[in-house]
Design a protein around this ligand. Structure first.
Ligand code: SF4
Length: 464
C-alpha cells in the first residue's frame, strides 16, 4: 500500500472512533492477551540480557550493512538463488513483473509480508492479470473483505469473532455462530486448492543470514512453508535491514521475536530456505529469487539518530502496549506500519513532511521502549522527529506563535507574573478558550481549581 499523504491521522482516528466504536474494544481485548503472553514469555528468560544482545547484533549489522549485504548476495548466488536489487518500490514491482512475464505466471500465493504491503504487490499483480491469494489466515480474511491489515503481526486484529463469522457464513456457508476451528477449517480447504494451483509463491523474510545465504521465516500456520515450497517459482522480498551475520544469531533472534510477538518460546514453523530444489530433492521450487529492497531504508540509515529504528524485527509489541494505538487500531495511521514503530520510520522512509503528524501520535509514556526486544529508543526518536518538524516549520503556526509568546513572557518576570495571575483565576476550559493553542488539550481534560497564590508566593511563604 502506498502512502497517500498528507497524513490525516487526527481526523481519521476521530472518525474511526465514531464510525466503528467496537474496534476499540476488540483491539484492547486482543492486545491485552498479547501483552500478557509477552510478559510471561519475557519472564521465563533473562529478557534484559537477551534484549541487550538483540540490540547489539542488529546495531552491528546496520553499521556494517554494505559488507553483510555483499556477503549475503555472494552466498545466495552460490546456493543457486537469483539476487535482484530494488532501490524503490517501483523497481521492486518492475522486477516482479519481469519474473511474472518470463515464467508465464497466472496465479500466486502469498505468505504474510509487510514489505509486500509496503510495495503494493497485490494491486500490481492483479493489474498484470495474476490471480493472487493471501494464505495467512488473518491476511486471507482481510483480502476477502477488501480491507487492509491494521497490525503488523495480527492483520485482522480490528475484527471481532462476529465479524469473521458473518464473513465466512457469506463466503463459505459456515454457521453464523461457527467456532474459530470451523472457520479455520473452511479457510484451509479453500486455500489448499490455491496452493496446488499456484505458479508463484511470494514471501517476505524475517532474517537473511549473510554467512550462509539463508532466508529465515517464522510462522504459526504452515502457510509460509507451503507458499515457498509448492509453487515452481519462489520470490522472497527482503528489506535490506533484515540481514544478520550468522545462523547462531538467527537462532537467538527467532526466539526473541517469537516471545515479543506472540509470547511463544519459538514460532510453530521455522523455514530456512537455502535456494531452489536440488536434483535429489522431491520438494521445492525450481527457482528462488531474492529481491533486496531499499525503498527509503538507506535514507533512514543515514539519519544519525533515527537509524536505530532499522533494528526493528516487526514483532508488534510496541503496538500492543501503546495507549494511543489501542484506541483505534492501525488504519487511521494511513500507512503500512502503524503504532510507535510506524511513527518513527515513516519520517525517515517517506520524509518528515509526508509523515506529519505521526511523530505526535504518542503520549511519550515510554511503554513501547519497555517492551521492544531490540531496545529501540522509540520515545527519543519521536522527540527527534518532532524537533525536525519544528526546524522545518512543519508544526502549526499557532503552536510556534504560542511558544514564542511564552518565551517572551517567561523572559520578563513582571509580564509572566501578571499573565499567570490572570490565568490562575480562570477555570481550565476558560484557559483553553483564552489560549487557542491549548483548546484541543483542555477539551477532554479537567483539572482541580488553581491556587489563588502563585507557586513563587507559596515558596516564599513556605509551602504547607
Ligand atoms: S519497534 Fe521494537 S517493539 Fe516495535 S515492532 Fe519493532 S521490534 Fe517490535
Amino acid at each position: 500500500m502506498s502512502f497517500s499523504g498528507p497524513n490525516k491521522y487526527p481526523t481519521a482516528s476521530a472518525q474511526a472512533l465514531k464510525d466503528k466504536p467496537g474496534v476499540r474494544e476488540t483491539v484492547i481485548s486482543a492486545t491485552n492477551i498479547a501483552n500478557k503472553k509477552r510478559s510471561a514469555a519475557y519472564q521465563q528468560i533473562d529478557s534484559d540480557m537477551w534484549r541487550n544482545w538483540g540490540r547489539d547484533v542488529k546495531s552491528h549489522v546496520l553499521t556494517n550493512l554494505d559488507r553483510y549485504l555483499e556477503q549475503a548476495e555472494e552466498q545466495l548466488l552460490a546456493n543457486g538463488a537469483k539476487v535482484h536489487w530494488a532501490e524503490t518500490a517501483h523497481d521492486a514491482l518492475g522486477l516482479l513483473e519481469k519474473i511474472v512475464s518470463d515464467h508465464g505466471i497466472g496465479s500466486a500465493v502469498k505468505a504474510k509480508s509487510m514489505l509486500s504491503e509496503e510495495l503494493g504487490v497485490n494491486e500490481h499483480l492483479e493489474e498484470l492479470g495474476v490471480h493472487v491469494r493471501e494464505t495467512d489466515l488473518g491476511e486471507y480474511i482481510i483480502q476477502l473483505l477488501g480491507d487492509r491489515p491494521s497490525h503488523i503481526v495480527g492483520p485482522a486484529m480490528h475484527l471481532s469473532l462476529e465479524d469473521c463469522q458473518r464473513l465466512f457464513h457469506e463466503k463459505f456457508g459456515t454457521p453464523l455462530d461457527g467456532r474459530p476451528e470451523i472457520l479455520a477449517a473452511a479457510a484451509r480447504e479453500a486455500l489448499r486448492e490455491e496452493f496446488l494451483a499456484a505458479d508463484l509463491g511470494i514471501s517476505g523474510c524475517n532474517f537473511l543470514i549473510a554467512e550462509t545465504g539463508t532466508v529465515a521465516l517464522i510462522e504459526n500456520e504452515g502457510n509460509i512453508r507451503l507458499s515457498t515450497s509448492l509453487p515452481r517459482i519462489h520470490v522472497a522480498l527482503v528489506g535490506i535491514e533484515k540481514i544478520v551475520p550468522c545462523l547462531e544469531d538467527v537462532s537467538g533472534l527467532i526466539q526473541l521475536t517469537s516471545r515479543a510477538a506472540t509470547g511463544q518460546p519459538i514460532g510453530n514453523f521455522i523455514s530456512l530456505i537455502q535456494g531452489p530444489k536440488r536434483d535429489d530433492e522431491i520438494d521445492g521450487p525450481e527457482e528462488v529469487h531474492v529481491i533486496l529492497v531499499d525503498n527509503g531504508r538507506t535514507r533512514l540509515l543515514a539519519d544519525d539518530k533515527a537509524w536505530e529504528a532499522l533494528r526493528c524485527v516487526r514483532c508488534g509489541a510496541c503496538l500492543n502496549i501503546c495507549p494511543v494505538y489501542r484506541q483505534t487500531g492501525g488504519h487511521p495511521y494511513g500507512w503500512t506500519y502503524s503504532g510507535p514503530i510506524g511513527a518513527i520510520i515513516a519520517p525517515g522512509m517517506l520524509g518528515i513532511k509526508e509523515a506529519m503528524p505521526l511523530p505526535y501520535a504518542s503520549s511519550l509514556c515510554g511503554a513501547c521502549v519497555d517492551v521492544c526486544p531490540v531496545r529501540i529508543p522509540i520515545t527519543e526518536l519521536l522527540l527527534h522527529w518532532r524537533e525536525r518538524a519544528v526546524e522545518e516549520g512543519l508544526t502549526p503556526g499557532i503552536e510556534s506563535a504560542g511558544i514564542k509568546a511564552y518565551t517572551k513572557a517567561a523572559e520578563r518576570p513582571g509580564i509572566f507574573r501578571a499573565a499567570a495571575a490572570v490565568l490562575r483565576h480562570l477555570p481550565l476550559n476558560a484557559v483553553g478558550r483564552a489560549l487557542p493553542i491549548l483548546r484541543g488539550w483542555v477539551k477532554e481534560r479537567s483539572a482541580p481549581a488553581s491556587s489563588s497564590k502563585s507557586f513563587m508566593r507559596q515558596w516564599k511563604d513556605g509551602i504547607k
